[in-house]
Design a protein around this ligand. Structure first.
Ligand code: PLP
Length: 351
């Protein structure tokens, strides 16, 4: 069944091992983030095989798929108040920033006779999740310590996700200091210094002492850090390859004819006149992929655009003579792979 996404599991395992080794050098433990692949159990297992012991996902229904895997499970999106019970059931740890939600988690944990661990999030400039007001953070930490069924497990931050503010030593030192202020327990507190955007700082020896955790997705899956968007040495960026089938192949003009309107975003499309070109349509579309974050393996193919269910290609410059029913391969990036995993129409093939 096509389209299909082929997953090179040995390359993924290699990436995981490289990242585990790298982070070990800096005394950083990895929480392997599974949201990009919808917490596919086979891929989550590869994280564990590569030496990761903690898994994290943004959606509780994804974590519920991982119950059979022996790993600590973190819910990494701020929990929904309405989901407190299922969060306590399926997650060992959650990332939090709201007192009333923490109270609901405590109540749910009491009912289930369980201890639920919480990490308090601090906003250090990205304006996504986390406490902005330090006083409120410290008060909330105090309140959590008084709750019988919650354990204050750590402190964390998230950067380079909304405003694309980079992590730096000063921000992470602030996080570490806040961590030592809310400390007081016997156990070492988790200080979670961000996502794949913190790798570069770590490799430049800029991580303050005490930052002992990173939550990693993209760097494990695509071998890329997220600050300068560089490829990490000795990793693979082509773990995920999409194959889509050609359903139409015709010579057509490069310019549309007739009155051109606007696209679904209200933008007027622009076309370049390159004369008659050989166009292929593949049976895959925006529902399944993101054309900005994928590239054809055949360098002679150009992606022209896509609608919900059609991918338009210019294959004029290719060395190969494609025919109807042939498959075209694409190396997939983060968002494109994420969509492919979320799509019901894309088959998964493990290699
Ligand atoms: C998605 C996410 C991550 C992982 O980010 P990558 O850039 O893929 O490493 C980490 N933390 C949180 C809170 C996230 O939502």
């Amino acid at each position: 069944m096509y389209p299909e996404i082929r997953i090179n599991t040995s390359r993924l395992l290699h990436n995981v091992k490289v990242m585990v080794n790298l982070c070990n050098q800096y005394n950083v433990k990895i929480t392997g983030i599974t949201k990009m692949f919808g917490a596919d159990v086979n891929l989550a297992q590869i994280y564990l095989d590569g030496g990761i012991h903690v898994l994290g996902d943004s959606r509780i229904e994804n974590l519920s798929k991982l119950t059979k895997l022996e790993a600590e499970k973190w819910l990494i999106r701020i929990p929904m108040l309405s989901e407190a019970a299922v969060i306590v059931k399926s997650a060992d740890v959650s990332l939090n920033s709201e007192l009333c939600t923490l109270q609901a988690l405590d109540a749910a944990a009491k009912q289930q006779k369980k201890i639920h661990k919480v990490i308090l999030m601090v906003d250090l400039g990205d304006i996504r999740e986390g406490f902005f007001n330090q006083e409120l953070l410290l008060q909330t930490a105090k309140a959590v310590k008084k709750m019988n069924y919650l354990q204050l497990y750590g402190i964390g931050t998230n950067l380079t996700c909304f405003s694309f503010v980079h992590p730096d030593s000063e921000k992470l030192l602030q996080l570490q200091k806040l961590g030592s202020m809310i400390d007081g327990g016997l156990q070492e507190l988790i200080v979670s210094g961000g996502n794949s955007a913190t790798i570069e700082l770590m490799m430049n020896r800029g991580l303050p002492k005490g930052i002992n955790n990173l939550r990693l997705g993209e760097s494990l899956l695509f071998g890329r850090e997220r600050a300068s968007y560089r490829y990490i040495e000795d990793t693979y960026s082509d773990v995920f390859v999409l194959r889509a089938e050609i359903v139409e192949l015709k010579e057509k003009p490069s310019l549309p004819w007739g009155k051109v309107g606007v696209d679904s975003y209200g933008r007027r499309p622009i076309f370049e006149d390159r004369g008659l070109r050989i166009k292929a349509i593949c049976a895959v579309g925006r529902l399944d992929i993101d054309i900005e974050t994928m590239r054809p393996l055949d360098p002679g193919i150009q992606i022209l655009g896509a609608s919900s269910d059609h991918l338009m290609l210019d294959i004029t410059d290719s060395e190969f003579s494609y025919k109807i029913g042939d498959l075209v391969e694409f190396v997939m990036g983060y968002f494109s792979t994420m969509r492919a995993f979320a799509s019901r129409s894309v088959a998964k093939v493990y290699q």
